[in-house]
Design a protein around this ligand. Structure first.
Ligand SMILES: Nc1ncnc2c1ncn2[C@@H]1O[C@H](COP(=O)(O)OP(=O)(O)OP(=O)(O)O)[C@@H](O)[C@H]1O
Length: 244
């Protein structure tokens, strides 16, 4: 299977001498849904940011869809990210002054490309938001806002969608809706999703879970259940001395 994302020996040391990533090598195959978990401070956000081209690793290489992101200039990295990477954040990151439709078109505008209203509307229809085009984010529920964010992430047909705690601000029902949506994005539309989460229930929607501890890979779990994930996390907490 082709690799959507490949990380080779990633290291990240911050100015304060904290080593957040300590030699992580991992690959995310096309058309898969992976959750990344680990105790607080284990390097999950750093991994996501380096993999997505939002930050540069101190050492190692990042490939997305076969292109080495770490070999490019900052400008090229930004352009690549806009064209080939989708993002879903905990706090939705929608612009409050823009309508649902305008928010979904934003990645194309930022990339200096023409709006594709037909495609945007088709995606919003599919996500059950076809009658919300003219509304603004504050007229929507949290779950609906996150669905708009997923629609926006899909617009450019990215090689990979990175989701950082996408259900962290949602109630259980909305969280399940968004997770079901992310899973269908993978299953039915062949996209690749990498999701950082603290929540074993959320991780159970993924095809597999990658565990981090102290900036290193600490195993994986395929076809995860919430119980199996919670147990593994508790064990990681024992190992690192940090509660999961
Ligand atoms: N910008 C930064 N400057 C300095 N240190 C940082 C910075 N960002 C993260 N760190 C440190 O790097 C380590 C890993 O942080 P990171 O945020 O990647 O972990 P995490 O697993 O996502 O944590 P959490 O689950 O609490 O969000 C931590 O020790 C953190 O304090």
């Amino acid at each position: 299977m082709a690799e959507a994302v490949r990380l080779e020996s990633l290291y990240k040391t911050y100015d304060n001498a904290v080593t957040a990533l300590d030699g992580v090598t991992a690959a995310f195959a096309d058309g898969t849904f992976t959750a990344v978990m680990g105790p607080s401070g284990s390097g999950k956000s750093t991994l996501l940011h380096c993999a997505a081209g939002l930050d540069r690793p101190t050492g190692g290489r990042v490939f997305i869809g076969g292109t080495e992101l770490t070999a490019t200039t900052d400008t090229a990295m930004t352009r690549f990210r806009r064209e080939r990477v989708g993002f879903v954040f905990q706090d939705y990151n929608l612009l409050p002054a823009l309508t649902v439709e305008q928010n979904v078109q934003l990645p194309l505008r930022l990339a200096g490309r023409r709006a594709d209203r037909e495609r945007g509307r088709a995606i919003l229809d599919r996500l059950g938001l076809g009658d919300r085009l003219e509304q603004r984010p504050d007229q929507l529920s949290g779950g609906q806002r996150q669905r708009v964010a997923v629609a926006r992430a899909l617009l450019t047909e990215p090689a990979v969608i990175f989701a950082d705690e996408p259900t962290g601000a949602l109630d259980l029902r909305s969280a399940r809706e968004v997770l079901t949506l992310l899973r269908s994005v993978v299953r039915e539309h062949g996209r690749t999703v990498v999701m950082v989460t603290h929540d074993p229930m959320a991780a159970a929607y993924a095809d597999s879970v990658l565990f981090l501890a102290d900036g290193r890979l600490a195993g994986s779990l395929t076809a995860p259940t919430a119980d199996a994930v919670a147990e593994r996390l508790a064990h990681l907490g024992d190992l690192t001395g940090v509660p999961a």
